[in-house]
Design a protein around this ligand. Structure first.
Ligand SMILES: NC(=O)c1ccc[n+]([C@@H]2O[C@H](COP(=O)([O-])OP(=O)(O)OC[C@H]3O[C@@H](n4cnc5c(N)ncnc54)[C@H](OP(=O)(O)O)[C@@H]3O)[C@@H](O)[C@H]2O)c1
Length: 294
């Protein structure tokens, strides 16, 4: 059986949907089994035959983390340590989700899994510490770093921008941070493939959609496609580029955080989807939540 932790979050909801679709036996928990409480984790696992634990729970509020470092550490470092320790005891493998924010973003070519990490904010630092805690406590681990995630469940950039473009005459978006948007459906599909294969070498993998763009590029394409698919009442909203310096946020973000997908594609023998194609899948689906863009 698979134990999906964080099953009510944006990625967790999508993984749960795909596990069901693939008829893979799983059980899901979220805040009801607190990852910061080792006893609660052990009590839940006791008596169950768990082969994989997928950890999607995390402290994901990047800006809020700057003034809430202790709590971010509890969820992003102590929680994964507790899960990995338990996984070791019950002989389960662990798939842990991490982030491009473990890199400082000073590079200008895609980050590979073996490149040194150097997080620049509390969120990235606590996620990096979570990776280390998993590695130290469990050899049978997969750490999957992803980036710029959006999915049908949960608040995300795509819903936010369509709503903004439906209600404003102009939006300003940074054009000097580069990365790759990732549809949660694509990442969930990769995780399902790892479980189905059951012989993928342990270690760190990078997984995002394909391509390299700025948030401003992303917004322009969201506008174009959302209008084409009838999700924008008109396409007159101006999408104005701005520099990160014009849009100060509590947390510093990596300027360049494109991840190399070579290792995961080679290992699984797949080609990941191009970000624009996945955006279409997301927008055209009946699972798209129109309530979030009104
Ligand atoms: N979102 C992105 O753009 C992005 C980018 C790169 C990497 N990632 C990584 O991808 C993973 C999934 O992200 P996501 O956006 O799907 O996250 P999310 O929507 O914030 O989901 C996290 C889930 O964990 C739950 N949770 C919080 N505290 C918990 C606790 N103590 N015990 C058990 N569950 C708890 C949350 O419940 P509440 O909502 O009730 O707190 C929520 O349902 C995370 O590891 C994140 O760091 C995300």
């Amino acid at each position: 059986m698979i134990w999906l932790i964080g099953c009510k979050g944006m990625l967790g909801t999508e993984i749960a949907r795909q596990l069901s679709q693939n008829k893979i036996d799983y059980t899901g928990t979220d805040i009801d089994v607190d990852i910061t409480n080792p006893k609660a984790l052990a009590a839940f696992a006791f008596g169950k035959d768990i082969s994989y634990i997928i950890n999607c729970s995390a402290y994901t509020a990047v800006d809020k983390a700057e003034s809430d470092a202790d709590f971010a550490k509890k969820l992003n470092e102590d929680g994964p340590r507790n899960i990995a320790t338990l996984a070791n005891q019950i002989h389960a493998k662990m798939i842990h989700i991490s982030t491009d924010y473990v890199f400082d973003g000073a590079g200008n070519s895609p980050y590979t899994e073996d490149m040194p990490i150097a997080p620049i904010g509390v969120y990235g630092k606590t996620k990096a510490a979570g990776e280390a805690a998993v590695k130290q406590n469990l050899s049978e681990h997969y750490i999957i770093r992803t980036a710029w995630l959006y999915g049908w469940a949960g608040k995300n950039f795509v819903y936010t921008m369509i709503k903004a473009m439906n209600t404003h005459e102009a939006v300003k978006v940074v054009n000097d941070q580069k990365g790759t948007p990732t549809f949660a459906g694509d990442l969930a599909n990769v995780i399902i493939q790892i479980i189905k294969k059951d012989d993928v070498p342990y270690g760190i993998y990078h997984c995002t959609d394909l391509g390299e763009i700025s948030w401003w590029d992303f917004t322009n394409e969201i506008k174009r496609q959302a209008f084409e698919f009838g999700l924008l009442s008109n396409n007159t909203c101006q999408v104005n580029p701005c520099a990160t310096s014009e849009y100060p946020t509590p947390a510093k973000r990596p300027v360049y955080s494109v991840l190399s997908k070579e290792k995961i594609q080679k290992t699984l023998g797949i080609t990941l989807p191009f970000w624009k194609d996945s955006l279409s899948v997301f927008l055209k689906s009946e699972l798209f939540d129109k309530g979030r863009i009104e």
